[in-house]
Design a protein around this ligand. Structure first.
Ligand code: EPU
Length: 339
């Protein structure tokens, strides 16, 4: 039996620390709870929001639907051979605890994703990424409950629509699926990914001796640049790094020779943090919301911040970057609206 709480505070369910009131809140302890809620008519489309740790969500003052908090736990080995292991983790597992378990077991592939706030379910929805690795590199498949079709469904990785911080589950059409567990294919053979320069530098020549060492290095870099949500409310990178055409990049580069960028399949990826920094926003505050002093990509809660404060600051930053560089920033964090 799932218990429903009405008029619940979401303060402890979002890392930005916004005190939103939800009309309803249900904590999911097992996948069957989602089905039970759907059958009881509690999950009408557009009328619920799925929450892991709420590390990518910005709430308004009130949410007029049901907050579905995923807390179903469990990690099991599905298949295993000499070189690989397929592990299934339930959506409510804390992501970083899962990573630490993988590192300890010698299941390689997620060590570069150490210390990312969020849950296993969110890793598959958001295609989290850091230090040269994305969740999609290791995801084999996703199990979900289809709220519209009222049945369990499975997606292979190719069916998940993965891209940079992108998946089918983030879009309107995909929100009918509540991710309940994720299968990862991990390697028993240690091959460090050291493509991200800051990580390679931190480890030094020959320093990546095992996954544990890489994991600790990632953690050090991460917390040297980003605020811990328990110290200062935030949602990680607030904006995506924008991708522009090569022509636009060449044009911008002429004016800004020191502008960082790198080539991707879709075009040149610029650094949103650099653009925002250059517009003079780093460390600035607007009402109760501010731009983190060490990393302009992160918006922070200066105390009692509301969704509207975050929206106002995000819009002002977008306007400035558009005005100065002609580049449109897209939010990575999601503003949750009630329908
Ligand atoms: N930069 C500035 N000023 C700033 C911030 C950055 O000049 O205030 C410059 C940096 O010097 C660097 C470039 O911009 O040349 C990129 O900055 P950085 O490496 O700090 O961040 P990023 O690579 O753009 C991305 C992810 C992070 C992830 C790191 C590590 C996005 C939007 N962000 O940041 O993801 O941890 O790479 O891989 O893709 C997240 O999604 O929440 C997140 C933290």
């Amino acid at each position: 039996m799932v218990t429903l709480e009405s008029e619940a505070s979401l303060l402890e369910y979002n890392t930005f620390g916004i005190d939103c009131r939800a009309k309803g809140l249900a904590v999911v302890r097992e996948a069957g709870d989602v089905a039970e809620l759907a059958k009881a008519g509690r999950l009408c489309e557009g009328g619920y929001v799925v929450i892991g740790q709420g590390s990518n969500l910005v709430f308004g003052e009130r949410y007029e639907g049901l907050a579905l908090v995923m807390r179903n736990k469990g990690v099991k080995v599905v298949t295993e051979n000499e070189g690989e292991v397929t592990v299934e983790a339930k959506a409510g597992e804390v992501w970083d605890e899962f990573v630490r378990r993988c590192v300890a077991e010698g299941w390689h592939g997620v060590e570069n994703l150490t210390a990312i706030p969020g849950t296993v379910g969110a890793s598959a929805v958001q295609n989290i990424g850091a230090y040269g690795v994305e969740a999609k590199d290791v995801i084999e498949g996703v199990k979900a409950y289809d709220v519209r079709g009222r049945r369990e469904v499975e997606f292979k990785r190719e069916e998940c629509g993965y891209g940079y911080r992108e998946s089918r589950f983030k879009h309107e059409e995909g929100k009918r699926y509540v991710v309940t567990s994720v299968r990862y294919r991990l390697s028993k053979i240690y091959e460090p990914v050291l493509t991200y320069k800051a990580l390679a530098d931190e480890l030094g020549e020959g320093g990546a001796k095992d996954a544990e060492t890489v994991s600790r290095a990632v953690e050090r870099i991460r917390w040297s640049k980003l605020p811990k949500p328990e110290d200062l409310g935030n949602a990680g990178s607030f904006f995506k790094n924008p991708v522009v055409t090569r022509e636009r990049y060449e044009w911008l580069k002429k004016e800004n020779p020191d502008m960082p960028a790198h080539e991707t399949e879709d075009g040149m990826k610029l650094a949103a943090g650099w653009l925002i920094d250059r517009c003079g926003w780093k460390g600035r505050t607007m009402g109760r919301c501010g731009v983190y002093e060490k990393q302009a990509l992160v918006l922070v809660n200066n105390g009692g911040c509301r969704g509207e404060d975050v929206r106002r600051l995000a819009d002002a930053i977008k306007d400035d970057v558009r005005g100065r560089y002609g580049v449109e920033l897209e939010c990575e964090a999601e503003f949750v609206r009630s329908r």
